[in-house]
Write a protein that binds this ligand. Structure first.
Ligand code: G3H
Length: 478
């Protein structure tokens, strides 16, 4: 307590003139762990000004030099994996090993992005006019990709480092500058990650990180005329942002209700292992977590038994001990999850374990015989609680999946690949995984949601392309 982490603006660490701070509550101890500056709108304006001017010269910096700096930042980030992981443990209660993995994966992402960037931005197109009716070969068209300007990155609490760099690296390699608004839980991890970019020696003002209350600077940032692109990952706020933002490209990854459809011929051990990984890793706080199991009635008893046996082995406790199930991020999140559980209880779901909660820590819970009238059949708990709905036909499963307002990912388990592909085609989601749990990575794969799950597509290549626009020069021959 006492110390307030500084924010990062124009290449320097600064205190806010507001004199105010935002407390970050450790989800495990439920006590204040860190404090960050509560930046003002005036400070946001300054950040925008320096981002704008830094971008102009950055865009002229040779691509290979931009890549070189990103490789340097990636290496520094990996060197700092231990202290950053420590912040993740304290701020978002991510299990110790997963916290380290998040930082290493982030370093890899930054390097990959630098490599991909030099390849795809190193190429343009050349067109001739006489392919279009009525034209002679009198016009040559040269195309290249140019940066958008200032990119605003807003990552969520569950991957504050990884989902920040997945926006920062493509933005920078493409010649944009970057303003980062970290989530409250995860802000210090973000500041530490930004410090690695600072150490790598990026020009002043090219990257900045403003912390503060969403109510004070949230709308101000997203509606700021200086912003040329927003890349956001999070919840419903994204929908609000998309309505308020100006005429700029938006990349949004919002919630999900990823379904796991299990057919009669599925390898049930494989399914059970994937349900544990997909449903309970980081206590279900992943947008790509399995959030509903839709299993054929004839194999449901057997599957539920297998999953139950594995749930019993999950270690529940603090993230420092690398427990499998750790406290969820906030008390209000725990209360929300509890609301879904109580609703399911009232409406007659079968509890495979006893419901247990201490503070923000919720024990893993499998709910069998969930029916469509229960809230948990549709809502996203973002916690270690997984509903099972028994189905009598594949069509019923697909119907449930498609009736959701979300459409991020889904998965189907069967040995019949032809059937799996037809089911994948029928599922209205951005991605369908065959015989594995949903996941965003590897990070160069396209990643997108439809309906309320988002707009645009991520993944390294798509993000680089999205953060550029096409510029053409036409040579008119005499
Ligand atoms: O929470 C949303 C993330 O994009 C999911 O990423 O599949 O690597 O856990 P993940």
């Amino acid at each position: 307590e006492g110390d307030v982490y500084k924010y990062y603006s124009d290449g320097e660490w600064r205190k806010s003139s507001s004199g105010k701070s935002v407390a970050i509550i450790n989800p495990t101890t439920r006590k204040t762990q860190y404090k960050v500056q509560a930046c003002t709108q005036e400070e946001v304006n300054k950040v925008m000004d320096s981002a704008k001017s830094a971008q102009k010269s950055w865009a002229k910096t040779p691509l290979w030099k931009r890549a070189e700096l990103l490789h340097k930042a990636a290496a520094i980030l990996k060197e700092h994996k231990a202290p950053i992981a420590e912040c993740l443990i304290k701020e978002i209660a991510k299990p110790a090993k997963d916290s380290v993995t998040e930082v290493v994966r982030s370093g890899d992402l930054v390097s990959y992005c630098a490599e991909e960037g030099v390849r795809i931005l190193g190429e343009g197109k050349f067109l001739v006019s006489d392919s279009f009716p009525g034209n002679e070969r009198t016009k040559y068209c040269l195309t290249s990709k140019i940066p958008l300007g200032v990119v605003l990155a807003i990552p969520p609490f569950n991957y504050p480092v990884n989902l920040a760099v997945s926006k920062i690296a493509p933005a920078l390699i493409a010649g944009n500058s970057l303003v980062l608004k970290p989530p409250t839980q995860g802000a210090v991890s973000c500041l530490h990650m930004v410090h690695c970019f600072h150490l790598a020696g990026f020009p002043k003002g090219l990257i900045s990180c403003v912390t503060g209350k969403g109510s004070e600077i949230g709308d101000f940032l997203t509606m700021h005329p200086g912003v040329n692109c927003i890349s956001f990952t999070g919840g419903d706020t994204g929908i609000a942002i998309s309505k308020k933002a100006g005429m700029i490209p938006l990349q949004m990854e919002l919630g999900g209700k990823d379904a796991c459809i299990v057919l009669e011929d599925a390898d049930l051990d494989l399914v059970a292992a994937n349900i544990i990984k997909g449903g309970f890793s980081y206590s279900g706080q992943r947008c790509t977590a399995i959030k509903v199991v839709l299993v054929m009635e004839s194999v449901a008893d057997a599957l539920v038994e297998k999953v139950k046996a594995k749930v019993a082995k999950l270690r529940v406790g603090p993230p420092e001990d690398d427990s499998d199930i750790t406290p969820v991020v906030t008390e209000s999140s725990a209360n929300y999850i509890e609301g879904l559980v109580l609703d399911a209880k009232e409406k007659g779901a079968t509890f495979c374990q006893e419901y247990r909660r201490e503070g923000n820590l919720i024990w893993p819970l499998l709910l069998d015989n969930v029916r469509p009238d229960m809230r948990i059949a549709w809502e996203e708990p973002f916690g270690p609680v997984l509903p099972v709905i028994r189905i009598n036909s594949v069509e019923e499963g697909i119907h449930h999946c498609n009736a959701s307002n979300f459409g991020l990912q889904g998965c189907v388990f069967t040995k019949d690949v032809n059937k799996a592909i037809l089911i994948s085609d029928a599922m209205e989601t951005g991605t369908v995984q065959i015989n594995s749990a949903p996941a965003r990575g590897p990070d160069h794969f396209p990643f997108q949601g439809i309906k309320d799950s988002g707009i645009g597509s991520q993944g390294i290549t798509n993000s680089i392309n999205m953060m550029t626009k096409v510029k053409t020069t036409v040579i008119n021959l005499p």
